[in-house]
Design a binder for this molecule. Structure first.
Ligand code: ATP
Length: 353
């Protein structure tokens, strides 16, 4: 449904998006994730047709809609947008707000579609209410129903949860995922919150300083990050120095770590291995001991920060019935089936995983 090839977007001399490529299949939810100022909104606006690329092209449903020389106007793209401020019409009821995008349709068609959408977003009892009578989450759902009403090819959402209170931010992404799935929408949203991205998206693009560093599903971003930045930005973890022994083995302070390395470095290469908290297990019988420096209670688990003999810190996720205090030494072992390593001489080069 959406295909970007080598898209660069500049403001004057300043490139806000550099050489971005991605593909989003119909019916899937994609997400652009990254720190403030990395170019997410610029890319979204380019897809909507508000911004012209300086290079590359945007295709929607197989048709080229943006190049450096030509841009199909936003209103001709069949793309729906939901902005951060929602922009509901205060003087129109919920049903009238949703019907707004259906002006060309017959009365009967319009009523049917509005009824369908009210049902889909769980607001069938509030069709006659006005926006100021609704909660933040309800307003959000009206804005989404309004954008979905004309069945756009693609729905774009810019920071859809930013104005909601924390409780709703937790529950709404899952609810919206259901709404988009049941409504058959193809969606691209922007957020800087990885929990929201993980809760909603099938494909996530991690952006940094204008570059789309990896476009992948959440599982692969976490377990097979392709750059140090993605490894650091997604989830928790530390880099443990080591030396490559062979295709499956890296020597480290925690012994020889073994696992799949799809593209191995030559033996002898000095690398950093990504060690996630769930790669480090608490094991009383292990000869490797580490001192607890800090711990965070997470209900089912404790997240321990441990110091190795060298002083290096690592993280360990342990069942919370293993209740150890800071200062204690505990036995640990690693459980890794996929080694994600980054050569030490390539400061921010791609991962070799
Ligand atoms: P945020 O999460 O803070 O909204 P973002 O990732 O969406 O950030 P963009 O708004 O796309 O980032 O901005 C990317 C870069 O382009 C920033 O450095 C920003 O200052 C710059 N920028 C954005 N809009 C303009 C503009 N109209 N003119 C000049 N520079 C701009």
């Amino acid at each position: 449904m959406l295909e970007l090839t080598g898209v660069t977007v500049s403001y004057g001399e300043y490139p806000a998006v550099i050489d971005a490529s991605l593909t989003l299949q119909a019916g899937l939810i994609g997400c652009l994730l990254g720190p403030s100022g990395c170019g997410k909104t610029t890319l979204l606006r380019t897809i909507a047709g508000f911004q012209r690329p300086t290079a590359g092209q945007v295709r929607l449903a197989g048709k080229v809609v943006s190049t450096a020389d030509w841009v199909l106007p936003p209103e001709q793209r069949h793309v729906g947008m939901v902005f951060q401020d929602l922009a509901l019409f205060p003087h129109l009821s919920v049903a009238e707000n949703i019907a707004f995008g259906l002006r060309g349709a017959s009365r009967g068609e319009r009523d049917r579609r509005v009824g369908e959408l009210l049902e889909l977003v769980g607001l069938h009892h509030l069709g006659a209410a006005y926006p100021h009578e609704l909660s933040g989450g309800q307003q959000q759902r009206v804005a989404i129903a309004r954008a979905m009403a004309p069945r756009p090819k693609l729905l774009l959402l810019d920071e859809p949860f930013s104005s909601l209170d924390p409780e709703l931010r937790e529950a709404l992404p899952r609810e919206l995922r259901r709404i988009f799935r049941e409504g058959g929408a193809t969606v691209l949203l922007v957020t800087h919150d990885q929990n929201e991205a993980f809760a909603m998206a099938d494909e996530i693009g991690v952006m940094r300083a204008g570059r789309l560093e990896q476009w992948d599903n959440a599982y692969r971003l976490y377990h097979e990050p392709s750059t140090r930045f993605v490894a650091d930005f997604i989830g928790e973890g530390v880099m443990l120095p080591g030396k490559v022994i062979d295709r499956h083995t890296v020597e480290t302070e925690l012994g020889r770590l073994r696992g799949e390395m799809e593209r191995s470095c030559p033996p002898g290469t000095l690398v950093d291995i990504l060690l996630r908290p769930d790669d480090v297990l608490h094991d009383d019988a292990s000869p490797f001991k580490a001192h607890i420096v800090d711990r965070t209670f997470r209900g089912a688990h404790f997240l321990y920060t441990l110091a190795l003999d060298s002083g290096r810190r690592i993280l360990c996720l342990a069942d919370s019935h293993h209740d150890h205090k800071p200062g204690e030494a505990i036995g640990i072992q690693t459980s890794i089936d996929h080694l994600v390593v980054f050569p030490q001489d390539a400061a921010d080069g791609p991962a070799v995983s």
